[in-house]
Design a protein around this ligand. Structure first.
Ligand SMILES: Cc1c2[nH]c(c1CCC(=O)O)Cc1[nH]c(c(CCC(=O)O)c1C)Cc1[nH]c(c(CCC(=O)O)c1C)Cc1[nH]c(c(C)c1CCC(=O)O)C2
Length: 357
């Protein structure tokens, strides 16, 4: 942004997370403006992130509470988003129970010994809150620093975690994962059940330390048919949602390419469902069904277009959101690493201006 660009007025910061536009939208209450946050808002698109991460491996950075706090706050300061998302990774709880894995730059999580047999399964012990004491510490620090801005905790859903464990790394077709699902349904169910317990504990740790909402990332569930999702995956995700239901914090469920699964993903027990950009927002809301706000919908690639085009596409999302029971503006997947951060800042201001009530 140049110095000649007048800074648009930013919405008044809420006094407490419960009064924030984000939590109001999750609860289907009237909002002062449509809340905005971005998946992967912390990370490589920000020069200040690249600077503090210099020389520190991704997983090591997740275990340093002060660094996690700084990285989580960076996009809140810069973009004036309505919520922070805890800086970590979906594989952190697996690392914490002793799975030998690493996050390779530009690749993603890589597992040294993939999980393919019943004996492999025995290596996946339950997560104890003390295994992730650094998460408790970082969430507490963050909640203090964030004031009225809510913190979203998160975890990977059983299917997406299983895919990394069974394949041994990122996968286009998830063939070994599906081979286990179809070929050894008992082993598959046992694996997903263990992951549901680990994921449930990881979310509990974040909620008990003060997170205001949680998001379950089932990023790769879109690789499944609805029938297979319902029979072989949904029970484990439902178990995760059920295990944190008593806290009363909003539970968000998100995946990519899940147009055919939106109804089932809501039924799994989520309060809010995330949609990518492949289904228009009003149609996504129809598929999710009544009573559940929708999050997301702008294609992350749109941010590479000129400002007018970004605003036109954001306008389309906002128009489709009119009359829905609640909309949290977000991208349809994470911020791409090459995104111009100023385009994100401008987009937040645009959505706030256009929706101010
Ligand atoms: C599938 C998945 C993973 N991790 C995550 C998911 C689900 C969300 C999604 O679908 O994108 C979740 C995640 N990972 C990270 C966050 C941070 C919070 C935020 O959204 O700002 C979140 C929410 C940090 C991270 N996690 C990772 C990075 C990049 C590594 C780095 O900065 O060095 C960040 C900021 C690494 C990672 N970890 C994973 C991938 C695919 C990658 C990217 C690999 C690469 O392109 O380098 C697994």
């Amino acid at each position: 942004m140049s110095v000649n660009d007048p800074q648009p007025p930013q919405p008044v910061r809420p006094a407490a997370p419960q009064d924030s536009a984000f939590l109001k939208a999750c609860r289907r209450e009237p909002v002062p403006h449509t809340p905005v946050w971005f998946m992967r808002q912390a990370g490589r698109s920000l020069p200040e992130y690249r600077k503090v991460r210099e020389g520190i491996a991704m997983l090591d950075s997740c275990m340093r509470p002060e660094l996690v706090t700084e990285i989580t706050l960076q996009p809140v300061r810069r973009h004036h988003v309505d919520a922070a998302i805890y800086f970590s990774d979906i594989v952190v709880p697996l690392k914490a129970i002793g799975v030998d894995l690493d996050i390779k730059p530009g690749v993603g999580p890589v597992v040294a010994q993939p999980v393919r047999t019943r004996a492999d399964l025995e290596r996946l012990r339950p997560l104890e809150p003390d295994d992730v004491g650094y998460v408790t510490e970082a969430v507490r620090l963050l909640v203090r620093e964030l004031g009225g801005t809510p913190l979203i905790g998160f975890a990977g859903a059983p299917f997406t975690l299983a895919s990394y464990l069974v394949e041994g790394g990122p996968s286009r077709n998830h063939e070994r994962t599906k081979a286990m699902m179809y070929g050894d349904p008992e082993l598959w169910a046992a694996l997903l059940d263990r992951l549901a317990v680990i994921t449930g504990t990881f979310l509990k740790v974040q909620i008990e330390a003060g997170a205001s909402a949680v998001q379950l990332f089932d990023s790769w569930a879109g690789a499944l048919s609805e029938a297979d999702y319902r029979s072989s995956v949904m029970p484990a995700s439902a178990k995760v949602f059920e295990s944190v239901a008593h806290y009363g914090v909003p539970r968000i469920h998100f995946g990519v390419g899940t147009g055919e699964l939106l109804g089932a993903m809501g039924e799994a027990g989520a309060d809010v469902v995330g949609a990518d950009w492949r289904v228009p927002l009003d149609e996504a809301a129809r598929r999710i069904g009544p009573g559940k706000p929708v999050q997301g919908n702008l294609d992350p690639a749109v941010l590479f277009a000129p400002r007018d085009a970004v605003e036109a596409q954001a306008r389309r999302v906002l128009d489709a959101a009119r009359g829905l029971e609640g909309h949290i503006f977000n991208l349809g997947h994470g911020v791409l690493p090459e995104t111009d951060p100023d385009a994100l800042t401008r987009l937040v201001a645009y959505v706030h201006e256009q929706t101010e009530r």
